[in-house]
Ligand binder design. Structure first.
Ligand SMILES: C[S@@+](CC[C@H](N)C(=O)[O-])C[C@H]1O[C@@H](n2cnc3c(N)ncnc32)[C@H](O)[C@@H]1O
Length: 384
């Protein structure tokens, strides 16, 4: 029978587990080096269980309920710009100097910094003197600060509004993309990605935050969420050498500013010849050259509606470069090409056909860019 979680035997057991794990991972020079992630995780779990066992259930609950205040202290620390005012060499700075440097009222700042030091976000070196520590240093990369900001200012507001949002739905419905607690918490009618596009600060914070390495499962060394890109995708031929045609193309859909692709490139030099394609909301142009003529109207509907879903209503343009056959008096070349397309289930469309197809799938034709050289033209369309 295992001991009660509040008994001294249980605490003793946890202490032994922690001691054994620490001894196992201690190198000759006294540094700590974990053999595996599992080992490190075990130590963390045991330490958390120890904390829980040492506290009464009421204390644990109170600590959980106090977490919003910790988060607010962290967010204030970032917003005040304190991290940039503290000496990087570990020297301390007085409250007076910090208050002057960031333009905050001294007593107010002192209370915020007290909340930070008591949470180990900063060191208090002596009364009203502060210095960087490991946690505050980890906040120096702008991407890490942006991630914390994003979690507090945007995701956090949605999380806080969840109980009210779900209660309004009588706990029957978790909501949807276009009706979610983020909208309630942020007092907006816009869902996440529309808000992100509309609000420049949110967009910038989000993009930068997504480049942070603070997310454990994606941090450096995890090589793209654990998938062994190099091993799975570098395809040697029978002679052991890879050929040009073997090189993979990796399309990162919703890839932000390219951080995921950069990670793959960095961690897998063996994929240096691969093609990396980044696709995200910021695409101004969706270009389909010589593609739609391969497909019948039904298939084009699927393609076009997927593209339409990804497009920004005001900024994005669809460019379709294809044969645009004259409605009347079609050129011979175009008519013959059309039979070629017919043979594979496609079609060369007349201008009228293109206009109908685009209209039926949510687009308006803005302009058809033609020249005299033949039937190919570029149809520029926007969302209706
Ligand atoms: C949570 S971020 C993930 C970014 C990146 N994949 C990463 O792991 O760092 C989601 C991304 O999806 C993008 N996104 C949202 N809707 C999109 C759409 N309709 N088409 C393309 N990208 C979209 C956003 O702009 C954002 O960059």
């Amino acid at each position: 029978m295992s001991p009660e979680p509040s008994s001294s035997d249980y605490i003793h057991l946890l202490v032994e587990r922690i001691k054994a794990a620490t001894q196992h991972c201690t190198r000759a020079d006294g540094s700590l080096q974990f053999e595996s992630d599992t080992m490190r995780r075990d130590l963390i779990v045991a330490a958390e269980q120890l904390l829980m066992a040492a506290r009464s259930p009421e204390e644990t609950l109170f600590a959980i309920a106090q977490q919003p205040a910790q988060n607010a202290a962290l967010r204030c620390l970032i917003a005040l710009g304190i991290l940039d005012k503290l000496p990087l060499n570990g020297d301390s700075c007085s409250l007076d100097d910090l208050a002057e440097a960031v333009g905050a009222e001294k007593t107010l700042l002192g209370r915020i910094l007290r909340a930070c030091t008591s949470t180990s976000l900063l060191n208090e070196t002596s009364e009203l003197h502060y210095a960087h520590n490991a946690l505050s240093r980890a906040l120096l990369p702008p991407a890490n600060r942006a991630l914390v900001t994003l979690m507090y200012d945007y995701i956090g507001r949605g999380v806080f509004a969840l109980p009210e949002f779900l209660r309004e739905r009588k706990w029957q419905d978790p909501g949807s993309y276009a009706d979610c607690s983020f909208m309630l918490g942020s007092h907006t009618t816009l869902p996440m990605w529309e808000f992100y596009e509309e609000d420049a600060v949110c967009g910038k914070t989000f993009d930068l935050g997504m480049q942070s390495e603070m997310v454990p499962a994606l941090s450096s060394g995890k090589q793209g969420g654990n998938f062994p890109f190099g091993r799975e995708l570098s395809l040697p031929n029978t002679t052991g050498e890879s050929q040009e045609g073997d090189q993979p193309t990796i399309v990162d859909l919703g890839g932000g500013r390219g951080q995921g692709l950069q990670d793959i490139r960095k961690n897998h030099p063996e994929l240096s010849a691969a093609r990396f394609v980044l696709m995200d909301l910021s695409a101004h142009v969706y270009y389909l050259r010589r593609c739609l003529h391969n497909w019948d109207d039904g298939a084009c509907k699927t393609i076009l509606s997927n593209v339409a879903n990804a497009m920004d209503a005001t900024r994005s343009r669809l460019l379709v470069t294809d044969m645009v056959v004259d409605n009347e008096g079609a050129a011979r070349g175009a008519a013959w090409e059309d039979l070629g397309m017919m043979a594979i289930g496609g079609i060369e469309r007349t201008e009228r056909h293109w206009r109908d197809l685009l209209d039926q799938n949510g687009f308006r034709v803005h302009k058809i860019w033609r020249d005299d050289s033949g039937g190919h033209a570029t149809i520029e369309a926007r969302l209706k």
